[in-house]
Write a protein that binds this ligand. Structure first.
Ligand code: NDP
Length: 452
């Protein structure tokens, strides 16, 4: 029997919803969380976590090669897709259990159902038909892969399923040149899948600094990935031995798997938004103000469904802000999107925070660019082509560091730490005064002296 009266009903058990529900309950609110699939959402079940585990698996390929240069005898290493898929699945199950227990221990009622707004303060459970009455609703339903509207588009897999395929694809076309496309392309390529990327823009990762775009393209190409800029798939044909992708440049690609990674859309379909007066933007994202309040009183929305900066830590922070504002002390410090760090877990890995060089040049009259590119120590004995590239952008008038862009091993770990410096308003002088840790790649960030 469902208790039908709550202070907060959270629809969607991903990063934002779980954080909001758990915090609200721990602050004394009566909370229900409605989730139709698995608790944990895209990040834990279909995104960041399985992706990173597969990326880690993929990097052993280079490790085995590099080890030879350091005196190791490495007998032929072989990879078993099924064992990785099972191991990843086991870990996801463990994490889901942790999330569920965390919610339950905080006193949240988890309802395994689909939640639909039925009007102000009312959420209907679609499977059971029960009505939940509540003072507040939080919509945290995330986003879902965009469908591909071309003949044969239905033959594609998406990031939702690629890590649970029964067999590792031998040859795969990846459609799109964004985060998901390059991360999955890079990981599967290292695991032995032959990859072709079709991306419609001239460069991968639109909006990233040019140094990263170029460095990534050459790293992926070095790793054997074929890239076709300016190409989009026009149709996909099923044949007796697989799939053939036809592209806009007249090319065709015979493969056994096609990954559609052409973006994600806010998940707002059939949520009953109209019944409660919740308005959406063009493209389907829920309209919110800076306190995550939708256009309907008592209804809030956080995370990808609002399509702001679609990153897990952003959704978590927003969920926390809603719970804190409703049931705790509203001591909100707005998220600084201008210094939000992000990483792309391709190989080579990328980390970025602040503005790109081209944006810096539009925004500031005087920009100093400190740049370096070098072979890391490991590459010397390994005799690999691995490289590290770093760019620090400084506003010449204020000496403030306005952007840092990193490519290479552990770029994600480095960008997390340098982002703290940017959040604190670091100047180039502050970096110069910081003692280096030697010998590391990261020390270059505090020893760059010559600007271009
Ligand atoms: P992105 O927006 O990063 O990339 C979408 C790609 O698809 C772009 O290259 C885009 O091209 C292309 N595209 C869009 N529509 C079409 C079309 N009709 N035909 C051909 N190509 C098309 O989306 P993703 O799905 O990769 O990632 C979604 C979000 O998830 C990211 O923005 C990121 O915020 C988050 N994410 C974060 C990760 C991380 O932090 N490491 C990892 C994965 C995802 P164009 O550039 O020309 O528009």
């Amino acid at each position: 029997m469902v208790d039908d009266s709550y202070d907060l009903v959270v629809v969607g058990g991903g990063s934002g919803g779980v954080r909001a529900g758990r915090l609200a309950a721990s602050l004394g609110a009566r909370v229900a969380l409605v989730e139709e699939h698995r608790v944990g959402g895209t990040c834990v079940v279909r995104g960041c976590v399985p992706k990173k585990l597969v990326v880690l698996a993929s990097r052993f390929a280079n490790d085995f090669e590099d080890a030879k240069g350091f005196g190791w005898n490495v007998s032929t290493a072989t990879f078993h897709w099924g064992r990785l898929v099972d191991a990843v699945d086991g870990e996801l199950g463990r994490l889901e259990g942790l999330y569920r227990r965390g919610l339950e221990n905080a006193g949240v009622a988890i309802l395994d159902d689909r939640g639909v707004l039925e009007g102000p303060g009312v959420v209907r459970l679609q499977r059971s038909g029960a009505l939940l009455r509540c003072k507040h609703v939080l919509l945290a339903t995330g986003s879902t892969p965009a469908s591909l509207d071309i003949p044969g588009g239905e033959f594609c897999v998406t990031s939702d399923h690629v890590f649970s395929l029964a067999r590792q694809p031998k040859r795969m076309v990846v459609l799109g040149g964004g985060y998901i496309a390059v991360e999955i392309a890079s990981a599967l390529n290292s695991l032995g899948t032959e990859i072709t990327i079709l991306h419609r823009a001239p460069a991968l990762l639109r909006g990233f600094d040019e140094m990263l775009q170029e460095g990534l393209t050459s790293g992926l190409s070095e790793a054997g990935i074929r890239m076709h800029p300016g190409a989009v798939a026009t149709s996909i044909e099923r044949t007796s031995d697989g799939l053939v992708v036809h592209d806009s440049t007249g090319g065709s690609h015979r493969v056994d798997c096609v990954l559609n990674a052409t973006g994600r859309r806010p998940q707002t379909r059939d949520l009953g938004l109209d019944s409660a007066g919740v308005e959406v933007e063009v493209g389907g994202a829920i309209k919110v103000d800076d306190r995550h309040q939708t256009t309907a009183a008592g209804v809030f929305a956080v995370g990808d469904v609002t399509n702001q900066l679609n990153l897990t830590p952003v959704a978590i922070r927003q969920g926390q802000e809603v719970a804190q504002a409703l049931f705790g002390n509203d001591r909100r410090v707005p998220i600084r999107f201008d210094v939000a760090p992000t990483a792309v877990f391709s190989t080579p890995e990328l980390g970025t925070v602040g503005v790109t060089e081209s944006v810096a040049r539009q925004r500031y009259a005087n920009v100093k660019v400190f740049e370096t590119q070098f072979r890391p120590m490991r590459a010397t004995l390994a005799k690999s082509k691995e490289c590290v590239a770093m760019k620090v952008l400084v506003c010449g008038d204020t000496d403030k560091v306005v952007g840092v862009h990193l490519l290479g091993r552990e770029a994600a770990e480095m960008i997390q730490l340098i982002a703290i410096a940017l959040q604190l308003g670091a100047t180039k002088h502050d970096l110069d005064q910081t003692l280096a840790v030697h010998p590391t790649a990261a020390e270059e960030l505090v020893t760059l002296r010559t600007a271009s």
